[in-house]
Design a protein around this ligand. Structure first.
Ligand code: SF4
Length: 241
């Protein structure tokens, strides 16, 4: 298990719950706009990431469990985020330990490892799944991942939508990865989904700053509203973040 950091509490990352966020290090994607570049590259100490309260004492697994045990009266759930959590070989045991403490678990994933997601669902080790859909699943290559298999992304979507669990899909809206046609295509793929969030890109530290030199990648609020109007005809609920 490579723990990259912890956010002790959050009101917004697990819907309806006060949650602690565990950031697992390492990712198999290469999103130019990634806000956690050090986590994506697999570091275990990310002082410049948006993660709050990162401290050496929290990076050991036992200390995480001790912390969660002590905070039972205050926290309602645990978010396992990244990086990409499904790459971690100890993810199952991490979820088992957290579930054994009585916490509901939310997992954030990029959807690249459908069998891991399926396993967590079947073992009842996850209670909420949030999956990023970066762009049209058939066009992840080359910017997101050179050899990405679209069928993995599509499988993850199907597994999540038929899981019976609460879930959400989300897309960070950034040009040229996302446009009206892409939102239309994604919305068709997730037709009927409970929840789809279109997220505005905020330019902070990113994985590939060179991608942003022209400063033309951001969507305005009006443009985002138009993208939302495309998606909301096909899903149960679409929001802008
Ligand atoms: S945004 Fe997420 S999926 Fe993309 S590189 Fe960063 S951690 Fe990986």
């Amino acid at each position: 298990m490579t723990l990259g950091g912890i956010q002790k509490s959050s009101m917004i990352d697990y819907p309806g719950k006060i949650s602690c966020i565990l950031f697992l290090s390492g990712c198999n994607f290469n999103c130019p706009y990634c806000h956690n570049p050090k986590l994506a590259k697999g570091c275990t100490d990310c002082p410049h990431s948006p993660i709050k309260d990162v401290g050496e004492k929290f990076l050991k697994e036992k200390n995480i469990y001790d912390f969660l045990e002590k905070r039972k009266d205050f926290l309602d759930g645990v978010v396992i985020s990244g990086g990409e959590p499904t790459l971690q070989k100890d993810l199952v045991s991490l979820c088992q330990r957290i579930k054994a403490m009585g916490y509901p678990v939310k997992v954030d994933t990029n959807g690249s490892r459908p069998l891991v997601i399926k396993g967590l669902i079947e073992m009842k080790l996850v209670d909420y799944i949030a999956m990023d859909i970066k762009t049209d699943p058939f066009h992840y290559s080359p910017l997101i991942k050179k050899d990405c298999n679209p069928q993995d992304i599509l499988s993850s979507i199907r597994i999540i939508m038929t899981s019976g669990l609460p879930y959400e899909f989300k897309t960070t809206c950034i040009k040229p990865l996302v446009n009206a046609q892409v939102v239309e295509n994604i919305s068709r793929i997730i037709q009927g989904a409970d929840m789809y969030a279109l997220q505005q890109f905020h330019h902070t530290e990113v994985l590939h700053p060179e991608f942003f030199q022209k400063d033309e990648q951001n969507y305005t609020q009006d443009e985002l509203t138009r993208l939302k109007s495309i998606a909301e005809t096909r899903v149960q609920k679409c929001i802008l973040r």
